[in-house]
Each structure stands twice: as C-alpha cells, then as structure tokens.
Ligand binder design. Structure first.
Ligand code: GAL
Ligand code: ZN
Length: 656
C-alpha cells in the first residue's frame, strides 16, 4: 500500500530535494507522483531529451525508500509544440484555435500530437524502465478536456460514424434525420454538434461516444508503449470521480487499476456522500481497488480558495476512501507553490516551506494506514447492492433532461445517499456487469434502454433478484430514438405497470399512502409518471385529484423476484429512507450496522477478515453501539458495547 504526495521537484531548488525526501520519510510516506507537467524539462526541443534532473530527484527519493509514479506529460504541451505544429492546439466551435498556455488544450486527433505523445512516452519508458524506485505510470492527466472542433476531429468523427453505421442509410435512420430535413448524403456533410441542447439528440449522443473513443485511443497509444517497454510497471490514470464527459468504464479498460482525484469541497453539505459515491464508482470501473492520486491537502482554488480542512478532516477524508477500496493515498500537493495559477491550491507545506499542521495530519494518517496495511491486504468492499451507472443514459439526460431540474447524477445520489444513511455498501457498476452476485439492483433513470439490457434485468428479477427502477426508464433506444412501446417497454411485465402519460409538475403535490417515519408529509416534485398498476401493488400515490388514480411507487412480484418502480421525485429525503428500508428488507440486505446520523459505515472484507470502518463526519462526538470484544485497529484497544467517536473520528473494528 502506498501513501505520499504529488511532488514537483522542478519547482524547487535542488538543495531542498534531500530535505523534502527526508521529511517525506519522516511522515511515513513511501510514494510520490511526479513529472506529469514536466514535458518541456524532459524534451526542451524536439527530439532532444534530458532526464538528468528527474534521475537526480528519483535518486534522492530512493535513498529514503520512496517510490515514484511518473506521469506521461501530455496534458501540457511545451510552447515549441504549439509553435512548430499549430494544428496540435484544439479548436473551438467557432473555428478559433486555443491560445497556448494553461493546459489540456491539445487536439486528440492531430497526427502530430499523437506522434509527439508516443515519442515522449517511449523516451521516458526506455529511460526509466530500470530505475528501481519507479513503480508505475499515470497516463496524461485527468482526461476529459473540452472537445476539439478542428477539421481533423471532424473527419475522425465521420470515420468513426462510418465504422459504427456502415452506411449512410443506417446513420440517417439512427439519427432520425428525416426530422427537420437533416438527411445527409455524404459522410463529409456531418458536423460535430456545437450545442447539445439544440442539435439532433442522436448526433449529440454519438459525439459523446466518439469523444470517449478519441481519448481512449490516445491513452491506448501510450499504454501500448508502456506495456511493451516496462512490463513490470503498473499503468493507471487519474480519473475525476463523477465528472461525466467520458465513459470511464471504457477509459479504465486498458489500465491495471483506476486512480482518482478527490477534492471534496470542505464544508459543503453532502461532500462526503459524494466522495463515497465517487469512490464506489472508481472501484466499480474495474471492480477492483483503486488509488487516490490527488487528495486535497488544504484550502484550494485557482483564484479564490475555500475553507481549510478542520483538524481531523483530512484524515477522515483519506480513511473514508480506504473504507471504499483505496489502496493508495497521495496528497496534492507536497508544498504550496509560490508561482503560477495554483499558488492558492494549498499543500502539506506552506509557501514558507515549513511542514505544517496539515503535514502532521498526513503523517498521522500514514501511520494509521500502516496499522491497517496487513489487515487490509486482499480485502475490498463486497456489496450486496449494485447501482447501475450508465453513461448513455447520463448523456441522453443531459442532452434532453425531460423536465426542469432533472440531472442523472442527482437522481442516482438520492438512492446512494439513502443507502449510506442505512449503513449499506453499494457497488456502482455498468449495465454490462454481471448481476448474479447482487441481491438488489437499483437502476436510476435508465433512459436509454437497449432491448438486451431490458431482457437481462427481466431475467435477473425472474430468477430471484430485486430491481428498483424509476422515472424515464426505457424511453430511448441506443441511438437516441424513442422506443415505439408503451412505457416502461420491455420492463412492463417485470414491473407490473403501464405508463401511458406523464408530466412535469411545476409545483409540489403531496404523496399519499406512504407512512413517513418522521411523521412529516412527503411531496412529489418536478415530475410524475401516470403509473397504472397492472399486476403491481400500489405502495404510494398522490393526493392531488388529477394524479390520485395513479401510483407513485409500486412493487411487483415477478418470477422469483420483485420489481419496484418509482415514478416521481420526492422532495424529502425521508421518502428515500422509507423506500430503501422497504426495498432492502425485501432483498434481505442487512447493513453491518445502522449508523446514527452523521456517521458513515463501510466494510472491507476478504481472506477471512472483515473490517468495519466507522466514520464520524460531523463536528459533534457520536456514540454508537458496536460489536463488543473486538480489536479497534487504530487505537489497538478492545471494543466495549459502545464506542464514542470524536468529531471527525474514525474507528476500524476487526469483526472477523
Ligand atoms: C487537478 C489536477 C492537478 C491540479 C489540481 C488543482 O485537477 O490534476 O494537476 O491542477 O487539480 O487545480
Ligand atoms: Zn482536433
């Protein structure tokens, strides 16, 4: 297991390097990530390489037993690249080339850029393959830059479409190009849609897929070289959690494991719910443990910064990721830079270069990590519940949200957060994942529903699974055309309902027939399917007169399983708590422990061991009942029947 910091030796005088290595060692660090923005220092002019400075930096670290992940430096092109090959700069929709500077401004289809990328990757790989403390690679940095509209990308998009559809008739059919007379008669007529709220939805959806393809291909060019030259090194990439622009399942495919950059906005309500959900998605991309390659280490911003992590909060944020499957923890950054756009993106050391409170907290966390290391080996989160995370539906919802305020991820969070409040672990997986191991599958807004996925979900329920589907399920096919079936289409039998009409609801309407635990009234907002139960039982409805005949929540026995449907959005989170309580009971999903509000629970297990993480994410102490007589690993003490967690406190109990 690795712990350390993102480190930029090129920012600091050489005489500091050995001091920093010493301080890292003292903090218990054993890893850094380096060089992802250092292209110009490694290839100062085309084809002339200089790795001497990085050799020296690596040697200094090696003396302290610190390993390094090197980044391929293609997220920032040197000025000479832009001067010599202006076509490598991305083009805006209006035809203007990006101005060199900032970063992530390259075209991913430019032949020149792809060649230059391969060349620096190969040169680095050859140079560092036998440097003993280089352990792996990060490709580029945070793929997912704004798209490029240059003629090369346009031709590339056209080629991709030709491969996808074979013929123009098929493309015209799939895009529904008879509408507004948008039939195309030559591939060269096709454009990259500059605006996803007015252009053809099928075209927009395909562009997102192409954009993924383009980034995946760029990464694959690098991965191929790294695998060939450095077979012993791992290859990863730093993803961005819930950032939705690329299909992350595809991007993860060529990698050994996923890493991600975790910048929770300190002080924001729900911040740790999101970080937990993002961790679950990062684990779900390859269904294996992951690293956090960047983790905020202080107030952060490019101009204005946010609040400082409170004492204990950095440790909590880090251990939360461990609880969700992180096997590597890297803080961004080692020392706060005195220059450049990120002067206020604070690190473990301040501008003054002194190890601060935040350095000491990172060191404490590294010690905790060490205590956990042996027990965590071979463990991961094993969830009984899967949430399907579907990029096609996400993108299609972004292109046409259906109703004001609709957001795919917000929809998903309602269930994910209710599950967290209930103390239940969850996997976020793609619709392609095998579902056999799950007792419960939640499929929020499966708006794009190919027949094969509908049939798979139906079979999952028939053979004993519990499915929860909700509004806008099954509206579209994979090309973005509306299915010609009464909703929810092929899932009608499984869910035991029919939806002939639906509407956006501008105001709230009370939900009827649902007993809120808190005794508070619950309200439907934003949208209502007019759900007609066929074989399903109506669990909740509406009290407004025109919606009164319809169901808001239904439950249907289908084969050996059960299909639930939710046809609306509820304003109150209690609605989702009630719903999840009902659904997990049906699915016989038992939380390891039902936490009090503000405390998160997660379990890692494997190799016969089971570790219960308890995290107090509030600023008040919390006392909760726990299994007694077990080892609390961080304090080394045996548990009593109750445990008190101080504010931001974490406990890890070995229950097996
Ligand atoms: C990340 C990026 C880092 C750093 C950080 C702060 O997104 O990967 O290089 O820039 O943000 O802005
Ligand atoms: Zn381009």
């Amino acid at each position: 297991m690795y712990v350390g910091a993102d480190y930029y030796p090129e920012h600091w005088p050489r005489e500091r390097w050995s001091v920093y290595a010493k301080w890292m060692k003292k903090a218990g660090f054993n890893a850094v990530r380096m060089a992802e923005f250092a292209w110009v220092f490694m290839e100062p002019e085309e084809g002339r390489f200089d790795f001497s400075w990085l050799d020296e930096a690596l040697a200094t670290l090696r003396k302290r037993g610190i390993s390094a992940v090197l980044g391929t430096p293609t997220a920032v092109m040197p000025a000479w690249v832009a001067e010599k090959y202006p076509e490598t700069l991305a083009m805006e929709a209006g035809g203007r080339r990006a101005v060199w500077g900032v970063r992530k401004n390259n075209c991913f289809s430019s032949g020149a850029y792809r060649l230059l990328s391969e060349r620096i990757t190969r040169a680095m790989a050859l140079h560092f393959r036998s440097v003993p403390n280089v352990i792996g690679w990060q490709t580029d940095n945070e793929f997912g830059a704004p798209p490029c509209f240059c003629p090369t990308c346009r031709a590339d998009f056209q080629d991709w479409l030709r491969r996808r559809y074979g013929g123009l008739d098929e493309l015209n059919r799939a895009w529904g190009a008879h509408f507004w007379g948008h039939r195309v008669r030559a591939w060269s007529e096709i454009r990259i849609p500059p605006d996803q709220s007015t252009f053809n939805p099928g075209q927009c959806l395909d562009f997102q897929r192409f954009f993924t393809f383009q980034n995946v291909r760029f990464q694959r060019d690098q991965v191929r070289i790294l695998r060939e030259v450095c077979p012993k090194h791992f290859v990863t990439h730093n993803f961005m959690g819930f950032v939705p622009d690329l299909n992350y399942f595809d991007l993860a495919e060529d990698l050994d494991f996923v890493s991600w950059d975790n910048y929770p906005i300190h002080g924001e309500p729900g911040m740790l719910y999101d970080a937990a959900g993002a961790g679950d998605l990062m684990r779900g991309l390859k269904r294996r443990n992951y690293w956090v390659m960047e983790m905020s280490a202080g107030p952060a911003g490019w101009g204005a910064f946010g609040r400082n992590p409170r004492p204990g909060e950095m440790r909590l944020v880090a251990l939360q990721q461990v609880a969700h499957g992180a096997d590597g923890l890297i803080w961004f950054r080692w020392r706060t830079c005195t220059a450049g756009r990120e002067q206020y993106w604070h690190g473990l050391l301040g501008h003054d270069g002194r190890p601060l409170r935040r350095y000491r907290e990172a060191a404490r966390t590294a010690r905790d990590f060490k205590k956990l290391e042996k027990l965590l080996a071979g463990t991961t989160v094993k969830a009984d519940v899967a949430i399907l995370y579907d990029y096609d539906s996400l993108w299609a919802t972004r292109i046409q949200p259906s109703f004001q305020g609709n957001d795919y991820q917000a929809g998903l969070r309602r269930y994910q957060q209710a599950l967290m409040r209930a103390g239940v672990n969850v996997d976020l997986v793609s619709t392609a994942a095998g579902l056999g191991g799950y007792r419960l599958v939640i499929a929020p807004q499966l708006y794009v529903l190919p027949d094969a996925i509908a049939l798979k979900l139906d079979a999952y329920v028939r053979t004993g699974g519990v499915l929860l589907a909700d509004l806008r399920t099954g509206v579209k096919d994979e090309s973005g055309l509306c299915h010609e079936r009464t909703l929810p289409g092929l899932l009608s039998k499984c869910l035991g309902i029919e939806i002939r009409e639906y509407e956006a609801i501008p105001e709230s309407t009370p939900i009827a027939g649902w007993l809120p635990a808190a005794g508070r009234a619950l309200h439907a907002i934003q949208y209502a399917d007019w759900v007609i139960p066929k074989t399903a039982e109506k669990l909740a409805g509406y009290s407004g007169w025109h919606l009164a005949p319809y169901a808001a929540v239904t439950r249907n026995a289908h084969g050996r399983g059960v299909g639930y449907y939710v046809g609306t959005v509820a304003r109150e989170s209690q609605f989702y708590d009630e719903l999840i309580a009902n659904v997990i009971k049906t699915a016989r999903v038992r939380p390891a422990l039902k936490p009090p509000p503000g405390v998160e629970v997660s379990v890692r297990s494997g190799r016969g061991r089971k570790l219960l993480f308890l995290m107090n994410e509030s600023e008040q102490a919390k006392t909760l009942p726990v299994p007694a007589g077990k080892l609390e690993v961080l304090s080394g003490r045996k548990t009593l029947a109750k445990l008190t967690l101080p504010r931001f406190g974490v406990a890890v109990i070995q229950i097996r």
